[in-house]
Design a protein around this ligand. Structure first.
Ligand code: OAD
Length: 253
């Protein structure tokens, strides 16, 4: 029988988009094997050689055009539809595959490939589907990818921390769990009382995990979500029902 949970937080990483044809970072032939992180994913690298950095993200934007959301992205939309405001998806991915699948309650904590930001005082953020212009169309300042680089603080950390301390189920999917602060989310959720599940191709070290479900995200995530969306209830009196709507007061995300 599937256990029942009321407040769900999901963290995804590059592995969830691997079956859509997007390269991960640390697997064989991953992005960081071919490009030094410090050259293309740090503010210092951008200062040294902005054209190289811009070309790296332009190329990734072109690759994203050919990719489509896979079964794992679609399954998480079903989970969101079931849990509504008691669901939050945090993604480290900068692709837009969750959004294209239909995810709405989502925090792209490492930024978004399809946006660029200017270095002017107003930090204009504009959509960018192809090659990035060098100058801001609003104010003429220099532009950069709207991506969180090493040494920078991810977006919406306060909202994320609040959700992690309130959830009773935390699952991390397709992430190697080595990049902080996201790597610390399972510990935060676990110490706040949540059940912690890892769905990944290979086991992720570091503890604070109650369950490990091994496999490709496109295969294991839909099955795991189906159990959360339609839990098999054999009538245990101690099992709370999901069907009773939660009051506004309980909606904390
Ligand atoms: P990684 O490349 O570090 O890890 C990808 C994980 O996905 C690995 O553990 C793989 O085993 C697993 N994986 C690969 N294919 C899979 C599949 N089909 N199904 C399930 N799992 C699969 O990527 P992230 O953990 O996302 O940050 O990396 C975290 C951050 O490091 C990124 O957001 C990026 C990077 O540097 C920034 O650029 C700021």
């Amino acid at each position: 029988m599937a256990a029942m949970y009321n407040k769900i937080v999901i963290l995804t990483g590059a592995g969830i988009s691997a079956e859509s044809g997007i390269k991960t970072f640390r697997d064989a032939d991953g992005l960081w094997e071919n490009e030094p992180v410090e050259a293309v994913a740090t503010p210092e690298g951008f200062e040294r050689d902005p054209e190289r950095v811009i070309a790296f993200y332009d190329e990734r934007r072109a690759g994203l055009k050919k990719a489509e959301p896979n079964a794992a992205h679609h399954a998480l939309v079903k989970l969101e539809e079931k849990f509504g405001d008691n669901f939050l998806l945090i993604t480290q991915n900068v692709d837009d595959l969750h959004q294209r699948a239909g995810s709405k309650r989502i925090i792209p904590m490492h930024g978004e490939l399809l946006k660029i930001r200017c270095l002017g005082p107003q930090e204009h953020i504009i959509p960018c589907a192809e090659n990035q212009p060098k100058e801001c169309p609003e104010c003429g300042a220099k532009m950069r990818p709207h991506i969180v680089w090493f040494g920078e603080i991810p977006f919406e950390m306060e909202r994320i921390q609040k959700a992690l301390t309130k959830c009773d189920l935390f699952a991390y999917i397709g992430t190697s769990g080595v990049v902080y602060p996201a790597a610390g989310f399972r510990q935060m959720a676990k110490l706040s009382g949540a059940h912690v599940v890892c769905l990944n191709l290979e086991e992720v070290g570091g503890g604070y995990t109650d369950e490990f479900i091994q496999g490709k995200a496109g295969e294991v995530v839909p099955k795991w979500v189906a159990l959360r969306v339609n839990p098999v209830n054999r009538g245990s009196p101690s099992t709370p029902q999901h069907s009773s709507p939660l009051s506004q007061k309980q909606r904390l995300f």
